[in-house]
Design a protein around this ligand. Sequence first.
Ligand SMILES: Cc1cc2nc3c(=O)[nH]c(=O)nc-3n(C[C@H](O)[C@H](O)[C@H](O)COP(=O)(O)O)c2cc1C
Length: 174
Amino acid sequence: MDTFSCIAARKSVRDFSDKPLGDAEIEKLIEAALYAPVGMKAYDSLHLTCVTDEKALAAIRGMARKKTGDENADPLHGAPALIVVSVKEPTHVAFANSACMIENMLLEAAELGLGSLYVCGIVNALREDAEFLALLRIPAGFTPVGAAAAGYAKEGAPAPAPCRNKVTKVDYIR
Ligand SMILES: Cc1cc2nc3c(=O)[nH]c(=O)nc-3n(C[C@H](O)[C@H](O)[C@H](O)COP(=O)(O)O)c2cc1C
């Protein structure tokens, strides 16, 4: 797929099948994250945690349910893989770095024919939760700030709407 087709094909998926991703697919997503631009080349200010263990994913779901009080909550929407980005200091640049990594993974997921979702809400809600940090073995001094969930969209799930933004205004200074 050419770059623009890939950008246009990416859409948030919120109904994943439980079909696991292969190691090659996971590695492609990680590689995509590692090709992202990073401010001041501060590569050691970022950390990735790739969660594919079903028990760990179920534990995250459980923590989300406890945190939100919603016993049906699944902020990962059944995704079989979650790649969490943590930063050393949650600065403006660090958030931008994490977003670049996450978007690269979402685009690579589109290239691979996978569904994906930018997951921020629950990561933010649990970012100081000792159980969450321990489960993900987040290195001391790092804070999780966002994640990419990826997997196969469930068969028969409604196709996500085309995601071209028609609201944001664009000025051309010519
Ligand atoms: C920084 C950021 C955080 C997001 N966090 C979440 C999230 O926690 N949960 C979720 O379901 N979607 C999340 N999204 C996905 C947006 O809701 C989604 O991109 C938006 O609705 C547009 O739809 P599209 O991705 O299909 O274009 C996030 C997106 C971004 C860029």
